[in-house]
Design a protein around this ligand. Structure first.
Ligand code: DUC
Ligand code: ZN
Ligand code: ZN
Length: 484
C-alpha cells in the first residue's frame, strides 16, 4: 500500500518524540502508525527519524562582486549538504550592480537546474535597487517564489544606503517577503582596516580586529530601526556578538517583526584560530569575524532562550589556493582575502554533538533550529516536519556514531575544513528527499537533477504585531498632529 516504510525508528519533530513507522506514497508522508508494511522498507531500529535539515544560509555557485567564484556548485554543494543530513537548501542568487533581478534569477536557474540532488530555493541578494527593480522585478521575483531578499550594509560594491534599504524593506513588506541583512558598519570597518594596514598589521588575524563588535551592534541597531520605520519583517543574518543578539532579543520582546540567525563558526571556532602561522589563518576568515570564548557561551544562551530562529552554516567555500583564499598572492593583506569558510556538511552533526549530546539543547530544539523554523520562516510549506501530507524529506540519524572530522571525509569541493580534528557524536546515515533515497548508509544514491526548485510562500508574521511608528500613521500625523 505504501511505496516505502521507515520501520521502528524514534520520530522526533520540533515538539514531539515517539516510536512509530512512517508510510510514504508518491513522495509524501501518507501514514504514521505501527505495523505499517511495504515491499520496500528501511529499518530504523535504534535510530532517530527527523525532518531533513534545511540549510538556509549558504553560498553556492556564487560570484563575489570582485569576480571570485565559490568552489562549490549546485552538484557538490547539494551532495555535501545531503551527507550532512539536509534534504533542502536555500543558497543566494546575487544581483551585482548593473544586473537585473530577473536576469540574476535566470542565471542561477541555469546553474541549479539538473545539478542539485536536493530541493532548493534562492534568497535574492539586492545590490542595485533601481526603480525598475523596486517596482517590477522584486514583485516578479516574489511571484516566482523567491520570497526573501538579502541586503548588505557593508562592502563597497554591494552595500545599500539607508534610504535604499528602506525602499527594499517597504517593497518586501507590501508583498509579504522577508528582508535579510548583513549588518556591519562599513565606515568603521574601513577606517580601522586602513589604520591597521598603514601600521603594517596585514596578517589574517587583523581581520578580526578590523571588524569590531561595535560595528555589528551599531548596524544591527540601525537595521532594526529602519525595519521598524517601514513596519517590515527583517532577519539579521550571522549574528556574531552578544550585543547584537541582545538587540534582536529586545526588538522581539517589543513585538517588532525581527528575526535572528547565528552560524556554526560562532559557536564552534574562536578568533584564536586566526593565529596560525603564515597565511593559514586565512582559512578562518569570515565576516563578521570569529570572536572569543565568552561570546560563544553568550550565543549558546541566546540559542537556548529562543533569540535565534535559525542556525545556519554560512557555507562560503573558497579553497586555500590561488582560486580562493590566495587569489591575491601569498602576501595579500587581510583586506584582499575572500571572506568565508565551508561547513555545510557539518552544521547539523556539530549542533547535534555540541548541543544535544552535551545537554545544551533538546532534540526538539535541534530539529527546530536545523529544519522546522527555517521552513516556517522562509515559506517552505511542505517541509520541516514529519506529518501526514508533508514532503517525505527525512533524515535518519545514528545518535551514537562517533567520528573525527577530516577533510578527506567531506563531500564539498574544498581542500580544508575549519573543523578538522573535532570529535563528533551523532551522524545522519540515510537521507530521503520526497521519498527518494539521496544518501543511504554513507553512499550517494540520488542523481544530480533529482532536486527541484521550490517556490516559497509569503512570511507568516502572526505573533509579531509590529506597528506603524507614530510619524507614519496617517490618522495621527499626516495632518502633523501629535499622537494623543
Ligand atoms: N557574508 C555572508 O553572509 N557570508 C560570507 C561572507 C559575508 O560577508
Ligand atoms: Zn553576510
Ligand atoms: Zn553568508
Amino acid at each position: 500500500m505504501f511505496d516505502l516504510v521507515i520501520k521502528d525508528g524514534e520520530i522526533v519533530t520540533a515538539c514531539d518524540r515517539y516510536k512509530a513507522d512512517i508510510g510514504i506514497s508518491e513522495g509524501r508522508i501518507a501514514a504514521i502508525g505501527t505495523g505499517l508494511a511495504a515491499s520496500d522498507t528501511i529499518d530504523a531500529t535504534d535510530k532517530l527519524v527527523l525532518p531533513g535539515g534545511i540549510e538556509a544560509h549558504c553560498h553556492i555557485a556564487q560570484e563575489s562582486a570582485t569576480g571570485g567564484m565559490t568552489s562549490d556548485d549546485y552538484r557538490s554543494g547539494s551532495i555535501s549538504a545531503a551527507f550532512g543530513g539536509n534534504s533542502c537548501f536555500v543558497p543566494f542568487a546575487a544581483q551585482h550592480r548593473g544586473m537585473g533581478v530577473t536576469e540574476t534569477l535566470d542565471l542561477y536557474d541555469s546553474r541549479a537546474q539538473g545539478s542539485s540532488v536536493i530541493d532548493y530555493g534562492y534568497h535574492l541578494i539586492v545590490a542595485d535597487p533601481t526603480e525598475k527593480v523596486l517596482t517590477e522585478e522584486l514583485p516578479a521575483a516574489f511571484q516566482r517564489g523567491v520570497t526573501s531578499f538579502k541586503v548588505f550594509m557593508t562592502y563597497d560594491l554591494m552595500r545599500v544606503d539607508d534610504r535604499q534599504f528602506l525602499d527594499i524593506l517597504s517593497v518586501a513588506a507590501s508583498h509579504g517577503a522577508l528582508t535579510m541583512v548583513h549588518a556591519e558598519n562599513s565606515g568603521m570597518i574601513s577606517w580601522v582596516s586602513d589604520r591597521l594596514v598603514a601600521a603594517g598589521h596585514t596578517q589574517p588575524r587583523y581581520h578580526a580586529v578590523s571588524h569590531p563588535a561595535l560595528a555589528e551592534s551599531e548596524a544591527i541597531n540601525r537595521a532594526i530601526s529602519l525595519a521598524r520605520l517601514a513596519d517590515a519583517a527583517l532577519l539579521i543574518v550571522h549574528v556574531s556578538t552578544p550585543e547584537g543578539a541582545g538587540l534582536v532579543a529586545d526588538a522581539r520582546m517589543a513585538g517588532a517583526k525581527i528575526f535572528g540567525e547565528t552560524c556554526s563558526q560562532y559557536l564552534f571556532l574562536t578568533r584564536h584560530d586566526l593565529d596560525r602561522p603564515g597565511m593559514e589563518g586565512a582559512k578562518f576568515m569570515c565576516s563578521p569575524p570569529l570572536r572569543d570564548e565568552a561570546t560563544q557561551e553568550a550565543l549558546w544562551r541566546h540559542l537556548q532562550a529562543g533569540t535565534f530562529s535559525v542556525f545556519s552554516s554560512d557555507h562560503a567555500p573558497y579553497r586555500y589556493d590561488e582560486t580562493g583564499k590566495l587569489a591575491n598572492g601569498p602576501d595579500a593583506t587581510f583586506k584582499q582575502i575572500a571572506n568565508g569558510m565551508p561547513g555545510i556538511g557539518l552544521r547539523l552533526p556539530l549542533l547535534f554533538s555540541e548541543g544535544v549530546i552535551k545537554g545544551r539543547i533538546t532534540l526538539q530544539q535541534f530539529v527546530a533550529l536545523g529544519s522546522t523554523n527555517a521552513a516556517r520562516l522562509y515559506g517552505l510549506d511542505k517541509k520541516g516536519s514529519i506529518a501526514i501530507g508533508m514532503d517525505a524529506d527525512i533524515a535518519i540519524w545514528d545518535p551514537k556514531a562517533t567520528r573525527t572530522v577530516t577533510v578527506e571525509d567531506q563531500h564539498d569541493n574544498m581542500d580544508y575544513t575549519p573543523y578538522d580534528g573535532m570529535s563528533v557524536t551523532g551522524w545522519p546515515s540515510t537521507v530521503l528527499s520526497r521519498g527518494a533515497r539521496v544518501i543511504e548508509n554513507g553512499a550517494l544514491i540520488a542523481e544530480p537533477g533529482h532536486g527541484q526548485f521550490v517556490a516559497r510562500s509569503r512570511i507568516d508574521l502572526t505573533g509579531h504585531p509590529g506597528g506603524k511608528v507614530p510619524e507614519l500613521d496617517p490618522v495621527t500625523n499626516f495632518g502633523a498632529r501629535i499622537a494623543p
